[in-house]
Write a new protein. Sequence first.
Length: 100
Amino acid sequence: MNPSDIAPILEAIMIISFGCSWPLNIIKSLQTRSTKGKSLPFLLLIDFGYVAGIVGKLLVCDQPGFKWWVFAFYVLNFIMVTTDLFLYFKHLRAEKKAEK
């Protein structure tokens, strides 16, 4: 098997591995309704990284060997991290309101 055939598979494995943690974070956020244990800079940095990956993929989408299914995992992960970000701000607002 050619390394250029294996590279997208390995990349997808990496993205899927990272992506497995985000549903767990979202569930935890929904259950605890708290920002405790969350890091806004971390979430923003991860989302920024996914945006860079998405743009990088779009720049080469017309080249041979481009795998749309790998690109889709970048987008899915971005959506999940962004969901966790929205929950962070929702819970932060509720926590500040409860302090008053």
